[in-house]
Design a protein around this ligand. Sequence first.
Ligand SMILES: Cc1ncc(COP(=O)(O)O)c(C=O)c1O
Length: 421
Amino acid sequence: MTSSRGLFERARELFPGGVNSPVRAAVKPQPFFVEDAHGARITTTDGDELIDWVMGYGPLILGHRNGKVLARVREQLEKGWLYGAPSRTELELAEKILRYYGPGMVRFVNSGTEATLTAIRLARAYTRRRILVKFEGCYHGSNDSLLVKAGSSALHYGVPTSMGVPEELAALTIVLPYNDIEAFMDAMGRVGEKVAAVIVEPVAANMGLVLPKEGFLETIKEEAKKAGALLVFDEVVTGFRLGLGGAQGEFGVKPDVTTLGKVIGGGFPIGAVAAGKDLMMELSPSGPAFNAGTFNAHPVSMAAGLATIEALEEGWPYRIADEAAGDVAEELGRIAEDKGLDVTVNRLASMLQIFFTEGPIRDYSDVARSDKGKYGRMQEAMAEAGVFIPPSQFETWFASAAHTEECVMKTVEAARRALVH
Ligand SMILES: Cc1ncc(COP(=O)(O)O)c(C=O)c1O
Protein backbone atom coordinates (compact mmCIF):
# COMPACT_ATOMS: atom_id res chain seq x y z
CA MET A 1 0.00 0.00 0.00
CA THR A 2 1.54 3.32 -1.04
CA SER A 3 -1.31 5.71 -0.28
CA SER A 4 -0.55 8.18 2.50
CA ARG A 5 -3.44 6.72 4.46
CA GLY A 6 -1.98 3.21 4.27
CA LEU A 7 1.54 4.36 5.02
CA PHE A 8 0.39 6.37 8.01
CA GLU A 9 -1.41 3.32 9.39
CA ARG A 10 1.87 1.42 9.12
CA ALA A 11 3.77 4.34 10.63
CA ARG A 12 1.50 4.39 13.65
CA GLU A 13 2.74 0.91 14.53
CA LEU A 14 6.36 1.96 14.12
CA PHE A 15 6.59 5.45 15.60
CA PRO A 16 4.90 7.18 18.53
CA GLY A 17 2.03 9.12 16.95
CA GLY A 18 3.11 7.79 13.56
CA VAL A 19 5.88 10.37 13.17
CA ASN A 20 9.40 11.26 14.20
CA SER A 21 8.72 14.90 15.09
CA PRO A 22 5.38 15.86 16.63
CA VAL A 23 4.21 18.69 14.36
CA ARG A 24 4.18 16.29 11.40
CA ALA A 25 1.25 14.43 12.95
CA ALA A 26 -0.86 17.59 13.03
CA VAL A 27 -1.30 17.83 9.24
CA LYS A 28 -4.95 17.61 8.22
CA PRO A 29 -6.96 15.86 6.87
CA GLN A 30 -4.15 13.41 7.63
CA PRO A 31 -0.35 13.43 7.31
CA PHE A 32 0.77 12.87 3.71
CA PHE A 33 3.88 10.99 2.66
CA VAL A 34 6.27 12.63 0.22
CA GLU A 35 7.45 10.95 -2.95
CA ASP A 36 9.39 13.81 -4.48
CA ALA A 37 10.07 17.52 -4.12
CA HIS A 38 11.36 20.17 -6.49
CA GLY A 39 11.44 23.96 -6.32
CA ALA A 40 8.47 25.13 -4.27
CA ARG A 41 6.51 21.91 -4.81
CA ILE A 42 6.10 18.60 -3.07
CA THR A 43 4.56 15.52 -4.71
CA THR A 44 2.87 13.11 -2.35
CA THR A 45 2.73 9.33 -2.68
CA ASP A 46 -0.93 9.85 -3.61
CA GLY A 47 0.21 11.80 -6.68
CA ASP A 48 -0.96 15.18 -5.37
CA GLU A 49 1.21 18.20 -6.01
CA LEU A 50 1.36 20.77 -3.21
CA ILE A 51 2.83 24.26 -3.13
CA ASP A 52 5.04 24.14 -0.08
CA TRP A 53 5.19 27.00 2.46
CA VAL A 54 6.77 24.79 5.12
CA MET A 55 10.07 24.18 3.32
CA GLY A 56 11.34 21.67 5.86
CA TYR A 57 10.43 24.15 8.64
CA GLY A 58 12.93 26.71 7.41
CA PRO A 59 16.18 25.32 6.02
CA LEU A 60 15.22 25.23 2.32
CA ILE A 61 15.52 28.92 1.49
CA LEU A 62 16.59 28.10 -2.09
CA GLY A 63 13.71 25.65 -2.56
CA HIS A 64 13.69 21.86 -2.83
CA ARG A 65 16.49 20.13 -4.69
CA ASN A 66 18.29 23.32 -5.68
CA GLY A 67 20.71 22.59 -8.53
CA LYS A 68 23.74 24.27 -6.98
CA VAL A 69 23.30 22.51 -3.66
CA LEU A 70 22.73 19.19 -5.40
CA ALA A 71 25.91 19.57 -7.47
CA ARG A 72 28.01 20.40 -4.40
CA VAL A 73 26.57 17.52 -2.41
CA ARG A 74 27.21 15.09 -5.28
CA GLU A 75 30.78 16.33 -5.55
CA GLN A 76 31.25 15.72 -1.83
CA LEU A 77 29.66 12.26 -1.97
CA GLU A 78 32.11 11.26 -4.68
CA LYS A 79 34.89 12.00 -2.20
CA GLY A 80 33.36 10.14 0.75
CA TRP A 81 30.93 11.42 3.33
CA LEU A 82 32.37 10.90 6.80
CA TYR A 83 36.00 11.05 7.81
CA GLY A 84 36.21 11.38 11.59
CA ALA A 85 38.86 13.96 10.81
CA PRO A 86 38.62 17.57 9.64
CA SER A 87 37.99 18.52 6.00
CA ARG A 88 38.51 21.84 4.25
CA THR A 89 34.84 22.66 3.75
CA GLU A 90 34.32 23.11 7.50
CA LEU A 91 36.88 25.93 7.47
CA GLU A 92 35.17 27.55 4.50
CA LEU A 93 31.71 27.38 6.08
CA ALA A 94 33.01 28.68 9.43
CA GLU A 95 34.71 31.61 7.68
CA LYS A 96 31.47 32.44 5.89
CA ILE A 97 29.54 32.35 9.16
CA LEU A 98 32.07 34.52 10.95
CA ARG A 99 31.98 37.10 8.17
CA TYR A 100 28.39 37.85 9.24
CA TYR A 101 28.18 36.62 12.85
CA GLY A 102 31.78 37.10 13.99
CA PRO A 103 34.40 37.93 14.97
CA GLY A 104 35.21 34.79 16.89
CA MET A 105 35.06 31.03 16.47
CA VAL A 106 32.53 28.36 15.59
CA ARG A 107 31.64 24.85 16.80
CA PHE A 108 29.58 22.79 14.37
CA VAL A 109 27.06 20.34 15.79
CA ASN A 110 24.15 18.44 14.23
CA SER A 111 20.97 20.28 15.13
CA GLY A 112 19.62 23.48 16.57
CA THR A 113 18.89 21.57 19.76
CA GLU A 114 22.56 20.71 20.15
CA ALA A 115 23.54 24.29 19.33
CA THR A 116 21.46 25.78 22.16
CA LEU A 117 22.48 22.96 24.53
CA THR A 118 26.12 23.75 23.82
CA ALA A 119 25.58 27.52 24.08
CA ILE A 120 24.05 27.33 27.54
CA ARG A 121 26.70 24.90 28.78
CA LEU A 122 29.33 27.28 27.47
CA ALA A 123 27.65 30.25 29.17
CA ARG A 124 27.42 28.39 32.47
CA ALA A 125 31.07 27.35 32.23
CA TYR A 126 32.25 30.85 31.34
CA THR A 127 30.26 32.74 33.97
CA ARG A 128 30.40 30.01 36.64
CA ARG A 129 26.67 30.73 37.16
CA ARG A 130 23.63 28.47 36.81
CA ILE A 131 20.46 30.49 36.16
CA LEU A 132 19.08 30.90 32.63
CA VAL A 133 16.50 33.41 31.44
CA LYS A 134 14.24 32.56 28.51
CA PHE A 135 11.04 34.02 27.08
CA GLU A 136 7.60 32.49 26.91
CA GLY A 137 6.74 31.25 23.43
CA CYS A 138 10.38 30.98 22.32
CA TYR A 139 11.50 27.45 21.43
CA HIS A 140 15.12 26.45 21.53
CA GLY A 141 14.95 22.76 20.70
CA SER A 142 14.21 19.82 22.95
CA ASN A 143 16.79 20.58 25.67
CA ASP A 144 15.79 19.76 29.23
CA SER A 145 16.85 23.18 30.54
CA LEU A 146 14.75 25.01 27.94
CA LEU A 147 11.58 22.87 27.87
CA VAL A 148 10.30 25.10 30.60
CA LYS A 149 7.37 27.44 31.14
CA ALA A 150 6.77 30.09 33.74
CA GLY A 151 5.90 28.83 37.20
CA SER A 152 3.51 30.67 39.45
CA SER A 153 6.00 32.43 41.71
CA ALA A 154 6.61 36.13 41.21
CA LEU A 155 9.99 35.46 39.66
CA HIS A 156 8.65 32.96 37.14
CA TYR A 157 11.15 30.22 38.02
CA GLY A 158 10.27 27.59 35.51
CA VAL A 159 8.38 24.33 35.58
CA PRO A 160 8.84 21.61 32.95
CA THR A 161 6.70 21.61 29.80
CA SER A 162 7.52 17.94 29.32
CA MET A 163 7.33 14.93 31.58
CA GLY A 164 10.81 13.60 32.14
CA VAL A 165 12.39 16.99 32.69
CA PRO A 166 13.47 17.19 36.35
CA GLU A 167 11.75 19.98 38.26
CA GLU A 168 15.06 20.83 39.90
CA LEU A 169 16.57 21.56 36.50
CA ALA A 170 13.56 23.54 35.25
CA ALA A 171 13.75 25.63 38.42
CA LEU A 172 17.08 26.98 37.21
CA THR A 173 15.34 28.63 34.24
CA ILE A 174 13.38 31.84 34.64
CA VAL A 175 10.68 32.38 32.01
CA LEU A 176 9.56 35.91 31.19
CA PRO A 177 7.03 37.36 28.75
CA TYR A 178 8.46 38.21 25.32
CA ASN A 179 8.65 41.91 24.50
CA ASP A 180 8.07 42.90 28.14
CA ILE A 181 10.93 45.26 28.95
CA GLU A 182 9.69 46.01 32.47
CA ALA A 183 9.39 42.37 33.48
CA PHE A 184 12.90 41.76 32.23
CA MET A 185 14.40 44.75 34.05
CA ASP A 186 12.58 43.72 37.21
CA ALA A 187 13.85 40.12 37.06
CA MET A 188 17.40 41.16 36.30
CA GLY A 189 17.28 43.70 39.10
CA ARG A 190 16.43 40.90 41.51
CA VAL A 191 18.61 38.01 40.34
CA GLY A 192 20.79 39.38 37.54
CA GLU A 193 24.04 38.53 39.28
CA LYS A 194 23.11 34.84 39.26
CA VAL A 195 22.19 34.70 35.58
CA ALA A 196 24.58 32.82 33.28
CA ALA A 197 22.69 33.46 30.05
CA VAL A 198 19.68 35.18 28.62
CA ILE A 199 18.51 33.22 25.58
CA VAL A 200 16.05 34.68 23.11
CA GLU A 201 14.78 34.23 19.59
CA PRO A 202 15.45 37.78 18.39
CA VAL A 203 12.50 37.29 16.06
CA ALA A 204 10.21 34.65 17.54
CA ALA A 205 9.26 31.97 15.03
CA ASN A 206 7.77 29.37 17.35
CA MET A 207 4.61 31.20 18.39
CA GLY A 208 3.72 32.00 14.84
CA LEU A 209 5.83 34.96 13.85
CA VAL A 210 6.34 37.66 16.50
CA LEU A 211 8.65 40.61 15.99
CA PRO A 212 10.63 42.25 18.78
CA LYS A 213 9.20 45.61 19.72
CA GLU A 214 11.41 48.65 19.58
CA GLY A 215 13.95 48.69 22.36
CA PHE A 216 13.37 45.09 23.49
CA LEU A 217 16.56 43.55 22.10
CA GLU A 218 18.62 46.63 22.98
CA THR A 219 17.39 46.54 26.59
CA ILE A 220 18.06 42.87 27.13
CA LYS A 221 21.53 43.33 25.74
CA GLU A 222 22.26 46.28 28.00
CA GLU A 223 20.81 44.69 31.14
CA ALA A 224 22.50 41.34 30.52
CA LYS A 225 25.80 43.11 30.12
CA LYS A 226 25.30 45.11 33.33
CA ALA A 227 24.57 41.89 35.21
CA GLY A 228 27.58 40.05 33.75
CA ALA A 229 25.28 37.55 32.01
CA LEU A 230 25.78 36.43 28.42
CA LEU A 231 23.22 37.21 25.75
CA VAL A 232 22.47 34.29 23.42
CA PHE A 233 20.58 35.00 20.22
CA ASP A 234 19.00 31.79 19.01
CA GLU A 235 19.13 32.41 15.27
CA VAL A 236 18.50 28.79 14.29
CA VAL A 237 15.54 30.02 12.24
CA THR A 238 16.52 33.63 11.48
CA GLY A 239 20.24 33.15 10.73
CA PHE A 240 20.83 33.68 6.98
CA ARG A 241 17.00 33.69 6.61
CA LEU A 242 16.21 37.34 7.30
CA GLY A 243 19.28 38.30 5.30
CA LEU A 244 22.94 37.27 5.46
CA GLY A 245 23.30 38.85 8.90
CA GLY A 246 20.12 37.35 10.37
CA ALA A 247 18.16 39.19 13.05
CA GLN A 248 21.28 40.73 14.55
CA GLY A 249 21.98 42.33 11.18
CA GLU A 250 18.36 43.39 10.73
CA PHE A 251 18.03 45.00 14.18
CA GLY A 252 21.65 46.07 14.73
CA VAL A 253 22.01 44.30 18.10
CA LYS A 254 24.97 41.98 18.54
CA PRO A 255 24.74 39.15 21.11
CA ASP A 256 27.62 37.46 22.94
CA VAL A 257 26.71 34.06 21.51
CA THR A 258 24.79 33.09 18.36
CA THR A 259 23.22 29.72 17.73
CA LEU A 260 22.58 28.77 14.13
CA GLY A 261 21.08 25.81 12.28
CA LYS A 262 18.58 25.19 9.46
CA VAL A 263 19.68 27.41 6.51
CA ILE A 264 23.43 26.98 7.18
CA GLY A 265 23.09 23.27 6.35
CA GLY A 266 21.13 23.80 3.15
CA GLY A 267 18.60 21.15 4.20
CA PHE A 268 21.05 18.70 5.79
CA PRO A 269 21.37 18.24 9.56
CA ILE A 270 23.37 20.99 11.23
CA GLY A 271 23.75 23.34 14.16
CA ALA A 272 26.44 25.82 15.09
CA VAL A 273 27.54 28.00 17.96
CA ALA A 274 29.43 31.19 17.16
CA ALA A 275 30.93 33.53 19.74
CA GLY A 276 34.03 35.52 20.61
CA LYS A 277 37.30 33.64 20.86
CA ASP A 278 37.76 33.95 24.64
CA LEU A 279 34.34 32.40 25.17
CA MET A 280 34.67 29.67 22.56
CA MET A 281 38.01 28.63 24.02
CA GLU A 282 36.02 27.32 27.02
CA LEU A 283 34.86 24.44 24.78
CA SER A 284 36.61 21.09 24.69
CA PRO A 285 39.35 20.33 23.78
CA SER A 286 40.71 23.84 24.54
CA GLY A 287 38.55 24.37 27.62
CA PRO A 288 36.57 22.55 30.30
CA ALA A 289 33.06 22.74 28.76
CA PHE A 290 32.45 19.47 26.98
CA ASN A 291 31.12 19.07 23.47
CA ALA A 292 31.77 16.34 20.93
CA GLY A 293 29.95 14.58 18.10
CA THR A 294 30.53 11.75 15.64
CA PHE A 295 28.74 13.80 13.00
CA ASN A 296 29.94 17.28 13.99
CA ALA A 297 30.89 19.27 10.86
CA HIS A 298 29.50 16.52 8.65
CA PRO A 299 31.07 16.95 5.19
CA VAL A 300 27.74 16.75 3.33
CA SER A 301 26.10 19.36 5.56
CA MET A 302 29.17 21.58 5.17
CA ALA A 303 29.02 21.30 1.37
CA ALA A 304 25.27 21.96 1.20
CA GLY A 305 25.55 24.89 3.60
CA LEU A 306 28.39 26.45 1.69
CA ALA A 307 26.55 26.16 -1.64
CA THR A 308 23.45 27.69 -0.04
CA ILE A 309 25.26 30.66 1.48
CA GLU A 310 27.17 31.33 -1.73
CA ALA A 311 23.86 31.50 -3.60
CA LEU A 312 22.37 33.77 -0.92
CA GLU A 313 25.34 36.11 -1.28
CA GLU A 314 24.17 36.77 -4.83
CA GLY A 315 21.16 38.55 -3.34
CA TRP A 316 18.48 37.35 -5.76
CA PRO A 317 17.20 34.48 -3.56
CA TYR A 318 16.27 36.96 -0.83
CA ARG A 319 14.57 39.29 -3.29
CA ILE A 320 12.34 36.51 -4.65
CA ALA A 321 11.58 34.85 -1.30
CA ASP A 322 10.86 38.14 0.49
CA GLU A 323 8.62 39.35 -2.32
CA ALA A 324 6.66 36.08 -2.37
CA ALA A 325 6.07 36.27 1.38
CA GLY A 326 5.22 39.96 1.16
CA ASP A 327 2.67 39.40 -1.61
CA VAL A 328 0.99 36.50 0.19
CA ALA A 329 0.86 38.41 3.47
CA GLU A 330 -0.67 41.44 1.79
CA GLU A 331 -3.26 39.34 -0.05
CA LEU A 332 -4.21 37.42 3.11
CA GLY A 333 -4.86 40.76 4.79
CA ARG A 334 -6.94 41.93 1.83
CA ILE A 335 -9.03 38.75 1.73
CA ALA A 336 -9.71 39.01 5.46
CA GLU A 337 -10.76 42.62 5.07
CA ASP A 338 -13.08 41.80 2.13
CA LYS A 339 -14.71 39.06 4.18
CA GLY A 340 -14.80 41.03 7.41
CA LEU A 341 -12.65 38.54 9.34
CA ASP A 342 -10.70 39.41 12.48
CA VAL A 343 -7.29 38.36 11.27
CA THR A 344 -3.75 39.60 11.86
CA VAL A 345 -0.87 38.79 9.54
CA ASN A 346 2.71 39.18 10.76
CA ARG A 347 5.46 39.15 8.16
CA LEU A 348 9.17 39.77 8.08
CA ALA A 349 11.38 39.06 5.06
CA SER A 350 10.45 35.56 3.80
CA MET A 351 8.53 34.53 6.94
CA LEU A 352 4.87 35.06 7.80
CA GLN A 353 1.97 33.79 9.85
CA ILE A 354 -1.75 34.48 10.04
CA PHE A 355 -3.57 34.74 13.38
CA PHE A 356 -7.32 34.51 13.84
CA THR A 357 -7.64 37.39 16.24
CA GLU A 358 -7.17 41.13 16.34
CA GLY A 359 -3.61 42.44 16.52
CA PRO A 360 -1.12 43.47 17.47
CA ILE A 361 0.45 40.06 18.15
CA ARG A 362 3.43 40.77 20.35
CA ASP A 363 3.75 37.93 22.81
CA TYR A 364 2.54 34.46 23.71
CA SER A 365 -0.65 35.66 25.37
CA ASP A 366 -1.64 37.44 22.14
CA VAL A 367 -1.00 34.27 20.15
CA ALA A 368 -2.98 32.25 22.68
CA ARG A 369 -6.05 34.39 21.80
CA SER A 370 -5.92 33.27 18.17
CA ASP A 371 -8.63 30.79 17.18
CA LYS A 372 -6.59 27.59 16.63
CA GLY A 373 -9.65 25.75 15.31
CA LYS A 374 -9.96 28.28 12.50
CA TYR A 375 -6.28 27.98 11.72
CA GLY A 376 -6.58 24.17 11.57
CA ARG A 377 -9.58 24.41 9.25
CA MET A 378 -7.67 26.81 7.02
CA GLN A 379 -4.70 24.41 6.84
CA GLU A 380 -6.99 21.54 5.85
CA ALA A 381 -8.81 23.57 3.20
CA MET A 382 -5.48 24.83 1.81
CA ALA A 383 -4.13 21.28 1.62
CA GLU A 384 -7.24 20.18 -0.23
CA ALA A 385 -6.66 23.04 -2.68
CA GLY A 386 -3.02 21.96 -3.20
CA VAL A 387 -1.20 24.24 -0.77
CA PHE A 388 0.83 23.00 2.20
CA ILE A 389 1.00 25.49 5.08
CA PRO A 390 2.28 24.65 8.58
CA PRO A 391 -0.31 22.61 10.47
CA SER A 392 0.18 24.59 13.67
CA GLN A 393 -0.59 28.17 14.53
CA PHE A 394 2.72 28.21 16.41
CA GLU A 395 4.82 27.56 13.31
CA THR A 396 5.79 29.99 10.58
CA TRP A 397 5.28 29.95 6.80
CA PHE A 398 8.57 30.03 4.92
CA ALA A 399 8.94 31.33 1.37
CA SER A 400 11.91 30.36 -0.79
CA ALA A 401 13.70 31.56 -3.89
CA ALA A 402 11.67 28.97 -5.81
CA HIS A 403 8.30 30.56 -4.98
CA THR A 404 7.20 32.03 -8.31
CA GLU A 405 4.38 34.47 -8.95
CA GLU A 406 2.29 31.49 -10.04
CA CYS A 407 2.83 29.85 -6.62
CA VAL A 408 1.71 33.06 -4.96
CA MET A 409 -1.38 33.33 -7.19
CA LYS A 410 -2.44 29.74 -6.54
CA THR A 411 -1.89 30.21 -2.82
CA VAL A 412 -3.97 33.36 -2.76
CA GLU A 413 -6.75 31.65 -4.73
CA ALA A 414 -6.76 28.77 -2.26
CA ALA A 415 -6.79 31.18 0.68
CA ARG A 416 -9.76 33.06 -0.77
CA ARG A 417 -11.73 29.82 -0.57
CA ALA A 418 -10.20 28.60 2.70
CA LEU A 419 -10.71 31.72 4.77
CA VAL A 420 -14.26 31.64 6.10
CA HIS A 421 -16.10 32.84 9.20
C1 LIG B 1 14.63 28.94 17.27
C2 LIG B 1 14.94 27.47 17.28
N1 LIG B 1 15.96 27.02 18.00
C3 LIG B 1 16.28 25.71 18.03
C4 LIG B 1 15.56 24.80 17.32
C5 LIG B 1 15.92 23.36 17.36
O1 LIG B 1 16.51 23.00 16.14
P1 LIG B 1 16.51 21.47 15.67
O2 LIG B 1 15.10 21.11 15.34
O3 LIG B 1 17.44 21.47 14.48
O4 LIG B 1 17.05 20.68 16.81
C6 LIG B 1 14.49 25.22 16.55
C7 LIG B 1 13.70 24.24 15.78
O5 LIG B 1 12.74 24.52 15.13
C8 LIG B 1 14.15 26.58 16.53
O6 LIG B 1 13.10 27.02 15.83
